[in-house]
Design a protein around this ligand. Structure first.
Ligand code: APR
Length: 235
C-alpha cells in the first residue's frame, strides 16, 4: 500500500529491552511505587523530595540506557519512509538518541525541568531537589517537566490533527491503560487508517486494531519496518 503519513505511538514496552522498567508488567514501576505519591501534583505538593528522588533515579537510568533495535528501526523508517511522526508516552530520550527527529513527548521528558510558578522550561540537571530555583522567575518551584496524572498531556491538538489524516497508525509497547493515548487507535480507525499493534502481548485495546503482531519489540518492530520499506513504494 502507498502510505504517505504514519503515526506511531510508543509506550514503556519499547524501552523495556533497553533496561528501563515498564509500569504495569509484573514487578513494574507501579508495583514498587504508589503513583499517587510520585506522579500527581498532589503527591508533589505533599512530598517534593520523594518525587524528585523518583525522577532523579529514572533520569540516571535513562541516561545509562541505550536505544535498542526497535528504536533504531523507527529512526530508519523516518529517514527512508514517508512522513512518520512518533508520539511517545515515554519520558526517556531513546528515540532521539536512535536518530528519530519528529518525536512528540505527550507525557513530557525526564531531561526537562518546568517552573510551577511561571511555566518557564529549562534543561534538567541530572538531579533536581525541592525548592529548585527557576532561572527565569527565581521562584523555588522547579519540577520535572513530566505530565502527571490529572494533568493535560502535551501536543494534543497536533496529535489529534495527525490522527485525523494518517494512513497508518501503529502502537508499540503500550498496554492501552491510559487515556487519551489508549483512544488514539479508534480516532485513527475512524479516519480510515490501517491500525497495527506491535506488542509483547495483547493490550487492553487489542480488539480495536486491524492487525496485531506479538513478540519482543526488538524483533517485531525491525521485522515490520523492513517489510514495510521493502514491500511498498513511497514518493
Ligand atoms: N516488547 C514489546 N512490548 C513489551 C515489552 C517488550 N520487550 N515489554 C513489555 N511490553 C509491553 C507490555 O506487554 C505492556 O503492554 O509494553 C506494555 C507496557 O505497558 P505499561 O507498563 O502500562 O506502559 P505504558 O503503556 O507506556 O503506560 C502508559 O502510564 O503510568 C503512565 O505515564 C505513564 O506513560 C505511562 C503511561
Amino acid at each position: 500500500m502507498r502510505a504517505r503519513r504514519i503515526v506511531i505511538l510508543t509506550g514503556a514496552g519499547i524501552s523495556a529491552e533497553s533496561g528501563l522498567g515498564t509500569f504495569r508488567d509484573a514487578g513494574g514501576v507501579w508495583s514498587r511505587y504508589d503513583l499517587v505519591d510520585v506522579a500527581t501534583p498532589e503527591g508533589f505538593a505533599r512530598d517534593p523530595a520523594l518525587v524528585h528522588e523518583f525522577y532523579n533515579a529514572r533520569r540516571v537510568s535513562a541516561r545509562a540506557a541505550q536505544p535498542n533495535a526497535a528504536h533504531h528501526a523507527l529512526a530508519r523508517l523516518e529517514a527512508r519512509g514517508p512522513e512518520v511522526t512518533l508520539v511517545t508516552q515515554n519520558v526517556d530520550d531513546l528515540h532521539e538518541r536512535a536518530g528519530s527527529r519528529r518525536v512528540l513527548h505527550m507525557h513530557g521528558r525526564l531531561d526537562g525541568a518546568l517552573c510551577g510558578a511561571c511555566g518557564h522550561r529549562w534543561d534538567a540537571a541530572e538531579t533536581m531537589a525541592p525548592g529548585e530555583a527557576c532561572p527565569s522567575c527565581a521562584a523555588g518551584a522547579g519540577r520535572p517537566d513530566v505530565v502527571w496524572f490529572g494533568e493535560m498531556p502535551y501536543h494534543m491538538p497536533e496529535i489529534e490533527a495527525l490522527l485525523a489524516r494518517c494512513d497508518i497508525f501503529v502502537a508499540i509497547g503500550t498496554s492501552g491503560n491510559v487515556y487519551p493515548a489508549s483512544a488514539f487507535v479508534e480516532e485513527a480507525a475512524m479516519a480510515g487508517a490501517h491500525t497495527l499493534e506491535l506488542n509483547k502481548e495483547p493490550s487492553e485495546v487489542a480488539r480495536a486494531f486491524g492487525e496485531t503482531r506479538y513478540g519482543p519489540a526488538s524483533q517485531v518492530v525491525p521485522a515490520w519496518v523492513e517489510e514495510f520499506l521493502g514491500g511498498s513504494r513511497h514518493g
